[in-house]
Design a protein around this ligand. Structure first.
Ligand code: ACO
Length: 310
């Protein structure tokens, strides 16, 4: 019977059809999805911190309203993704425990500090830009609930990317000091943004299997290349320099050549030794503990409501 189920699953993947939560799926497929979707959810939630740091000191009411909306969107993304993960038979509380105990990963990018308001713009432009590049293809990922969550998330991410770019445009029209702030933020975020796409293909243990299953649509290196090609003209328009002396258009390939990110740094950050890892996780843990009474109250309320209807 297992063979028939496996054949049905394989045929569904081959025909580019979606796998839904109640369909049979190989255990390893389920495990891979739980890993990727929960890491993705954790990234959205931890990702609120570097920008959240600036809400209280936004330079104007308008910027504050924009940033507040954006950071709230990230929380929403985390929630859709936890809900998608739960359709695979895991429990959100358990995933949160795994995050705050350091047993599950989240994106390396959020372990870098945001040092000035220009970082808010650069995170929108480069970090959300990289996120879009990675996530638009995931709207066609083979697991239905993950693919559907991606559609809405990508729409909101493009708003985030534009607000970042618009903020930087305004700063570039400002004073010499403001232009320096923008360039400094670009210098600090460029390489970490390239690392978001993961290790090079030759050192990516999961890519091949995930592509066979239609979980991943493109390889890490292909997406990284797409991001570089997309960003170079935007940087020119903005008037900033991307900090890579090897970045040059290669007419033969029809793509930009670019330098090699510091892969040792990526490994170190993923391992938990980046500039902000400890702070990000301990803040998340503190927020979870502080929120215990809200979860208890909500559970008690739901129970009372249920009792009232029987
Ligand atoms: N940060 C942290 N960990 C990473 C990163 C990164 N940038 N890139 C790769 N890794 C981890 C992988 O999770 C994997 O670890 P694990 O097997 O212990 O889980 C290991 O490094 C090896 O990498 P790959 O084999 O390439 O892993 P994978 O096939 O999962 O590809 C990728 C990594 C591209 C990040 C993929 O998981 C993905 O597309 N995820 C969905 C997008 C996402 O999570 N985005 C979050 C940031 S965007 C945002 O929130 C704004």
């Amino acid at each position: 019977a297992d063979e028939a189920l496996q054949a049905e699953f394989d045929a569904r993947i081959a025909a580019n059809q979606r796998v839904e939560p109640r369909d049979w799926m190989p255990e390893a497929y389920r495990r891979t999805l739980v890993r990727q979707v929960s890491q993705h959810a954790h990234s959205e939630i931890i990702g609120m911190q570097p920008e959240g740091d600036w809400i209280a000191s936004a330079p104007s009411l308008r910027r504050k309203a924009i940033l507040l909306a954006k950071v709230q969107d990230e929380a929403g993304h985390g929630l859709y993704l936890y809900a998608a993960a739960e359709t695979l038979g895991v429990d959100r509380d358990d995933l949160t425990e795994r995050l705050i105990e350091g047993r599950q990963k989240y994106s390396s990018i959020f372990n870098y500090p945001s040092l000035s308001y220009a970082d808010v713009g650069v995170i929108g432009w480069l970090v959300d830009g990289a996120a879009i590049c990675n996530q638009v293809p995931l709207c066609r990922t083979s697991f239905g609930p993950y693919a559907r969550a991606m559609v809405r998330i990508c729409k909101e991410e493009s708003f985030h990317q534009r607000q970042g770019y618009e903020l930087l445009m305004r700063m570039m029209e400002g004073t010499e000091g403001q232009r320096r702030m923008v360039q400094d933020a670009v210098d600090r975020w460029w390489w970490p943004s390239l690392m978001m796409f993961g290790p090079p293909d030759a050192e990516s243990p999961n890519t091949q299997q995930s592509m066979t299953w239609g979980i991943k649509i493109d390889t890490n290196d292909d997406l990284r290349q797409r991001f570089v090609d997309m960003t170079v003209p935007q940087a020119e328009r903005l008037g900033v320099t991307l900090p890579d002396p090897d970045l040059v258009w290669n007419a033969e390939r029809g793509h930009h050549d670019f330098g090699t990110p510091d892969w040792d740094e990526l490994k170190q950050v993923i391992k938990g030794d980046g500039p902000k890892n400890a702070e990000r996780v301990s803040r998340r843990r503190a927020a979870h503990e502080k929120g215990a009474w809200v979860r208890e109250a909500a559970t008690a309320y739901a129970r009372k409501q249920q009792e009232a209807t029987v």
